[in-house]
Design a protein around this ligand. Sequence first.
Ligand code: BES
Ligand code: MN
Ligand code: MN
Length: 452
Amino acid sequence: MSSATQLPQSDLDRYRRELFEFLEIPSVSARSEFRDATRTAGAWVVDALAAAGLEARLVETAGHPIALGEWRGAGPEAPTLLVYGHYDVQPPDPLELWTSPPFAPTVRDGRIYARGAADDKGQLFLHLKALERLLGNGGTLPVNVVVLAEGEEEVGSTNLRPFLESHREQLAAEAVIISDSVMFGAGQPSLLFSLRGLAYFELRVRATGTDLHSGTYGGTVPNAAVVLARILSTLHDSDERVAIEGFYDGVREWDEETRRAIRELPSREESLLRETGARGLTGERGYSPLERLWIRPTCEVNGILSGYVKEGAKTVIPAEAMAKISFRLVPDQDPEEVARLLRAHVTQVTPPEVETEVVELHSGRPWRARPEGPYFEAAHHALRNAFGREPVLAGEGGSIPIVADFEDLLGAQVILLGFALPGANVHAPDEWFPFDHLEKGILTLLDFYSSL
Ligand code: BES
Ligand code: MN
Ligand code: MN
């Protein structure tokens, strides 16, 4: 039975205007030229929090600021709920592949297109507006609420961890609720049972003191691009398993119940081919695509740089080569241990005549949910009511680096309740968020709070 009513059209019109204003701010955290814009987006969240009836401020960090809002009206004895999200976005490049500009939000075919529409401004916005409906004009809630929106999730949340450590008491919460993920399918709501962790590196190869004429020297000295390619080819074996010694040691086997739940979900094979344009699927033998995405670790090469790549031909032996390499991790793999293993592996496969270096960029630990308890139940009911369908438990291949820290540092249960849809082009051109999920998302959250 659906208890979801509708929101007044005038409110929805206002929400659309406000969300568009938020989406127009190019808060690209990775790029220094967008530093001021990123801050502007943080300030925008602070204003929205204040308008929603929370005490709000912008907290400085060594990087982009944190937008923090608090409502303590339930009193010191009542539990506290922490809402987490991020107002920063990924770079919009390549710009020429967008149908409409990334920071000029538009609605086409029932979708809001803009960078950040799904990840994560659009989803954070749902929480801001749900709280505004509940707390605006002096309303109350049975729980205290803290909202923490950071501006550095897309660059690894490096300054958020120290902030959590130094504000443990202020941020203490029974549960953390996060909408920064996708539903299992259109019309099929889901709650997440896992997130993969991440360990990201740069691998540099130096072979000669300078670039060289490939005729004058070719055949005598090492070529950095070739050596890098050889090293990269040692990262996987013929079963597409990661071939780094000890890499799987930390992997905890999943319980039969979770594996069965995954098996019972519709196959992801066809939708993966459709969404990605790949001609066939690859990956670790012995596991289904959903298992490979959710409960198995991976190693990917994210970029390669070496030698001459512009127009025409240039006969050169590159002196240097670089690759970006990242690992998605599952419980209980530890990013620091993976860094040690990668270093040992690279040392072992580096030929004596070249120099290699492994630089750590950022990391986050994997996370596994406790899918139970009153907050989980409330989220489950709310999704069912708003979407008219029983939510499924799903895993997620992506990472939200701070999630494991919320559990460890704050002792809070994390609930991941996403409203974007598969194929939302997160981090890609033409990112979108379903327009009707603006209303459905807010209704879900209103129901969630009302059943606490
Ligand atoms: N919201 C995403 C993670 C995500 C993506 C969850 C798709 C569910 C579906 C998050 O903003 C993200 O992009 N995380 C990064 C890690 C970060 C350190 C760059 C990721 O997973 O690559
Ligand atoms: Mn995100
Ligand atoms: Mn992201």
